[in-house]
Write a protein that binds this ligand. Structure first.
Ligand code: HEM
Length: 147
């Protein structure tokens, strides 16, 4: 089960890398249409959340340290933040659907939070691999330590 967890963590990081790629695909698509960001939308709303959830279940079933289980569900939480950033940015538009300096200041955070999703997913993969190899331990009542 530890190997399954590591594989799921690897797939999650792969999906996050693809998500950046799909963001660029959407940005370069001409003319801009509703479908320009379709791949980005599906990966962000479905693929990454499902992989985060499955990896978390695999971490819990394989009795990973609690801190690592929490870290594994974090990408899902950060995707919720991604959607909230877009929602708040939308609230600050000019009323006709056009951006304003205020809405752009908020919307730009979507890219920064995307980097956080990438960083956390990378940390999860590294620790899931150590856990699969048996080199990650947690003393009772303590957070995990790398041996
Ligand atoms: C891990 C990284 C990322 C995640 C998880 C993510 C997630 C999401 C999600 C869930 C949506 C909403 C989709 C919908 O409403 O159907 C979205 C929309 C969007 N994202 Fe990202 N995103 C990430 C990175 C980026 C980056 C790096 C950029 C660009 C620099 C970007 C640009 C956009 C844009 C422009 C939209 C709006 C698309 C539209 O109008 O339909 N995203 N993203």
């Amino acid at each position: 089960m530890r190997r399954v967890y590591a594989v799921l963590a690897g797939l999650m990081l792969l999906a996050v890398v693809a998500q950046f790629y799909f963001a660029a695909v959407g940005a370069f698509d001409k003319p801009q249409e509703d479908s320009s960001f379709a791949l980005h939308s599906v990966t962000g709303m479905m693929v990454i959340p499902v992989l985060s959830l499955l990896a978390t279940v695999a971490a819990a079933v394989s009795r990973a340290p609690g801190r690592l289980i929490g870290l594994t569900i974090l990408p899902l939480g950060l995707v919720v933040v991604q959607v909230l950033i877009i929602a708040v940015g939308g609230l600050l538009d000019d009323g006709a659907g056009n951006t304003t300096p205020g809405s752009l200041a908020i919307l730009g955070l979507h890219a920064i939070n995307g980097l956080a999703v990438m960083a956390v997913s990378g940390m999860v993969l590294r620790q899931a691999r150590l856990f699969a190899k048996g080199s990650l331990t947690a003393a009772p009542g303590e957070s995990a330590r790398v041996r």
